[in-house]
Design a protein around this ligand. Structure first.
Ligand SMILES: Cc1cc2nc3c(=O)[nH]c(=O)nc-3n(C[C@H](O)[C@H](O)[C@H](O)COP(=O)(O)OP(=O)(O)OC[C@H]3O[C@@H](n4cnc5c(N)ncnc54)[C@H](O)[C@@H]3O)c2cc1C
Length: 480
């Protein structure tokens, strides 16, 4: 009889287009998930991501059980549990999708060693990215440092291979061991903070497929124009599904290519480019994380290590709670709290206010996002915060400082977004919505708004904050 194998699910919680699953499914298999917070250290999934993980594991468990191979759940050190389990069931091979987080790479290295010492093998498949960062380099042989050449070079390699099918039957072990019940992983928040998430999301592979179908049926056609308008559902909302691997990036790539068919080589003029180029930003983030494992903690531009941040807990707290007095920023932080997600344009505006006008360290903002985003992703979050802060490899110049009033007026002109998430401003006319502190008293009265009571005055004078940020930047010397 063929030896069984262990199929270790991590951030690939799907059956479709899962190379590790297909390899393991050649014989009998035991699918396992290990909640290993200790190995991840400070980068264990945050609160919102744990809510997602709970529901995603429930969906994956049901899909696997229906095919004959129930999911075995464990909690503890994967480094000990995985080799032990492989030995216990007599598995010669452990199959998994490759991870790119520095802590996970280190853990995989140690597990591969432990397995090899016992005559077993850890087999890692490419699954979370289109292209292995280790195998993709610029002409110089060095990793890419700038997005545009990276994206063009990757697109020039052509479409990725076609997705693999979903297995309909799996050969589970005749007597699988008893694992933990999902509830004992204790992933759901104690407070009912995430109660509203379920109205916005359906974690799991079926939810990912439904979200994609909806996106392809409508918003994709206008994506290039609508992707910056937070008041409309103009983007895919697939980021948490992609993070947890409920859909592979290449399945998404092919689905978008099929929805917007066009002969010829893919490039910036292609109809699919506006969307696929965002997927390539994700890819670029993974490229950066792989080649710069310090990305989550330290600025990629070394001189930013000397940046004179001015940490002030009260400012950070006001920002986290959506009480800055700057409507588009507050709407974004409240959208995040209520739904576990924030529109990309607003992420940029909110992050910029925190690191520039308020001079709070980007790592503090990244940590808040890590805890509250359902799509919290170490590669995308770290790379994006560094990009906004100006210390990333391909960053917006530090001196380009978003003005949240002008950004609000440009991208939320009628105020649909702000009215939805900051209801105390809902009755203000659009003219004053993004700058309520400038509204005449009669306008405020008519809108039933008492500034400083119902809604805060701005916590920073935008002109002063901008000047302070530029002065802080100037202390670093001339840009390289
Ligand atoms: C400060 C900041 C922090 C961020 N943190 C995260 C994070 O933790 N996790 C995360 O997935 N994205 C993060 N992003 C990127 C981006 O905001 C989200 O990916 C996007 O808003 C997700 O919405 P969507 O799925 O509707 O995107 P769509 O517009 O539909 O894009 C499709 C997919 O492309 C990828 N993508 C799009 N934009 C980016 C980008 N700028 N960088 C990397 N990938 C991108 C995502 O996987 C997304 O699902 C961050 C951006 C900023 C400015």
């Amino acid at each position: 009889m063929t030896a069984p194998s262990l199929l270790w699910f991590r951030q690939d919680l799907r059956l479709a287009d899962n190379p590790a699953l297909m390899a393991a499914a050649a014989g009998p298999l035991l699918p396992v998930f290990v909640l290993d917070d200790q190995a991840a250290g400070g980068w264990a999934p945050g609160g919102a991501a744990r809510w997602w993980l709970h529901h995603s594991l429930a969906a994956l468990g049901a899909a696997l059980a229906a095919r004959g191979a129930p999911l075995f759940l464990l909690r503890g050190r994967a480094e000990i549990l995985i080799p032990g389990l492989a030995q216990a069931i007599g598995a010669k091979e452990v199959f998994a999708s490759r991870l790119y987080e520095p802590w996970a790479r280190e853990r995989d290295r140690r597990i591969a060693e432990a397995l090899a010492a016992d005559g077993r093998q850890l087999r890692l498949a490419t699954s979370a990215v289109l292209m292995e960062p280790a195998r993709f380099a610029a002409g110089s042989g060095k990793p890419y440092a700038v997005y545009t050449p990276f994206a063009r070079a990757l697109a020039a390699t052509g479409d990725p291979p076609s997705p693999l099918p979903t297995p309909t039957v799996l050969a589970g072990l005749p007597q699988p061991p008893d694992g933990l019940a999902l509830a004992t992983l204790d992933l759901l928040p104690r407070r009912d903070w995430a109660a509203g998430f379920a109205a916005h999301w359906q974690p799991g592979e079926a939810g990912a497929a439904a979200r994609l179908t909806g996106f392809l049926a409508g918003p994709i056609a206008a994506y290039g124009a609508a992707r910056n308008t937070p008041g409309v559902a103009g983007t895919s909302g697939l980021s948490p599904h992609l993070h947890w691997g409920e859909m592979s990036p290449r399945s998404l790539w092919h689905a978008v290519r099929a929805a917007l068919p066009q002969p010829g080589v893919l490039g910036p003029q292609s109809r699919a480019w506006p969307f696929l180029s965002e997927l390539l930003w994700r890819e670029f983030s993974y490229h950066l994380l792989w080649h710069h494992p310090s990305l989550p903690d330290a600025p990629l531009r070394p001189r930013f290590a000397e940046f004179p941040w001015a940490p002030k807990p009260a400012l950070l707290r006001a920002w986290q709670r959506g009480r800055t007095g700057l409507p588009i920023v507050d709407a974004g932080l409240r959208e995040l709290w209520q739904t576990g997600w924030m529109h990309n344009r607003v992420r940029m505006i909110a992050a910029s206010l925190l690191v520039k006008h308020l001079l709070q360290p980007w790592q503090d903002g990244a940590a808040w996002f890590w805890d509250t985003l359902v799509d919290a992703d170490l590669a995308a979050n770290s790379a994006s915060w560094q990009w906004v802060a100006g210390c990333g490899s391909d960053a917006a110049p530090y001196f380009r400082i978003f003005n949240p009033v002008l950004q609000g007026e440009k991208f939320d002109p009628a105020g649909d977004y702000v009215r939805r998430y900051v209801p105390e401003l809902a009755r203000l006319p659009a003219k004053w919505l993004h700058r309520p502190w400038e509204a005449p008293a009669a306008v405020l009265d008519a809108a039933g708004l008492r500034l400083g009571l119902d809604y805060p005055r701005p916590i920073v004078d935008l002109a002063e904050g901008r000047a302070r940020a530029l002065a802080a930047f100037a202390t670093l010397g001339t840009p390289a």
